[in-house]
Ligand binder design. Structure first.
Ligand SMILES: Nc1nc2c(ncn2[C@@H]2O[C@H](COP(=O)(O)OP(=O)(O)OP(=O)(O)O)[C@@H](O)[C@H]2O)c(=O)[nH]1
Ligand SMILES: [Mg+2]
Length: 337
């Protein structure tokens, strides 16, 4: 038996989600239901259902073969070992792999290489969170991250998306808090001029609050910040002060990370920014790497929703709303299966 958790506003809606996924393939058994607090402080319902192996296999479109072929144990172990190593070599954490292998141990999934890979990919897919794009919703978004990851370029791409990607076209203003880097003003100013957008350069907290008030009539405000390396506490403290100074407006804080970074570096950066509640992630430089296993492992650990994927330097084209399919596509390409 396999278990899966579904979350929705009510237990009934959560069960409907489970039925949508597995219901047509067999009966579902409810194992647990509880109320949990989501990140926005709302009470939501979480249910855990038990799915039998056949229903699971059918739901992922696999042909059922002879159930429980009596393969010798060493055959079963060698499939699990091979698939385990395949994922471990691509950066997926050993504890997670062992947990999954234990979960499927003794079932027909564990005896078939393709099925086991499909099962592991499906489980990874389930644990990656996506933030759905809404180009019609007014918002203030602040981009944060290490130096050179692509914050400013992404601000320009986002600004162009809000302004030109839908008929409704929300007016965009840009605030630049990067007081550290020479040339930071000019870089964003030339984008803003090109796109015909308001651009303000702000040097102090008072100025920041005044500017937000001044620009209150803009439905979308994008805020660029200075690149902060994990060892630069001064810049981090200044940026935290900027964030904490705004009490009456909701700012979405989005951490920009390079997809080419190593797992430990991503964890360090994420921890470094942990004083600022990060709401979403923007992943850049997908065009510069063929190895996204570290990134996938990081996303599975931190469970922060991914909002966008950047695939190159071109403004505005090289920015995509994030999707699980896209992220998994990169990873499957790397698995070479
Ligand atoms: N290949 C590639 N290059 C990118 C991508 N996004 C941004 N860049 C490039 O990365 C470099 C740095 O981009 P910026 O947008 O200035 O990065 P930043 O995070 O604002 O940098 P700082 O403000 O100095 O911290 C530029 O040459 C961009 O063109 C991407 O998705 N792929
Ligand atoms: Mg910048």
């Amino acid at each position: 038996m396999l278990e899966e958790t579904f979350v929705a506003p009510t237990p009934k809606q959560a069960f409907v989600l489970a039925k949508q996924k597995y219901g047509e393939f067999g009966s579902l058994k409810l194992k647990k239901a509880r109320q949990i607090m989501n990140k926005d402080g709302d009470l939501v319902s979480e249910i855990t259902v038990e799915i039998d192996e056949d229903s699971y296999l059918r739901s992922i479109g696999m042909q059922l073969r002879e159930k429980k072929q009596d393969l010798p144990d060493d055959k079963h172990n060698s499939v699990a070992k091979k698939v385990g190593e395949l994922f471990a070599d691509r950066g997926i954490k050993r504890e997670w792999i062992d947990f999954i292998l234990k979960e499927v141990s003794g079932t027909s999934i564990a005896k078939d290489e393709k099925l086991l890979i499909a099962y592991m990919l499906e489980t990874i897919d389930d644990s990656i969170k996506i933030k759905k794009e809404n180009l019609l919703e007014p918002k203030i978004v602040m981009l944060l991250g290490a130096t050179g990851v692509g914050k400013t370029t992404t601000i320009a791409k986002l600004a162009a998306r809000y302004k030109y990607a839908t008929k409704k076209s929300l007016d965009v203003a840009i605030i630049n808090l990067d007081t550290f880097r020479a040339g930071a003003y000019q870089q964003l100013d030339s984008f803003a001029n090109l796109l015909g957008m308001e651009h303000r350069f702000v040097k102090s907290i008072d100025e920041f609050c005044d500017t937000l008030n001044d620009l209150a009539h803009y439905p979308v405000i994008l805020i660029d910040t200075a690149g902060i390396s994990p060892y630069d506490s001064n810049k981090l403290i200044e940026t935290i002060e900027f964030v904490k100074s705004v009490k009456d407006r909701n700012i979405e804080k989005s951490l920009v990370l390079s997809a080419a970074s190593k797992y430990d570096d991503m964890m360090d950066i994420y921890e470094h920014f942990s004083f600022i509640d990060i709401d979403s992630l923007i992943l850049t430089k997908f065009d510069e790497t063929r190895r996204v296993g570290d990134l996938i492992a990081f996303l599975m650990d931190k469970k922060r929703p991914v909002a966008y994927i950047s695939t190159g330097q071109q403004v505005p084209d090289d920015l995509l709303p994030a999707s699980r399919e896209k992220l998994l596509d990169y990873f499957v390409g790397e698995l070479n299966v």
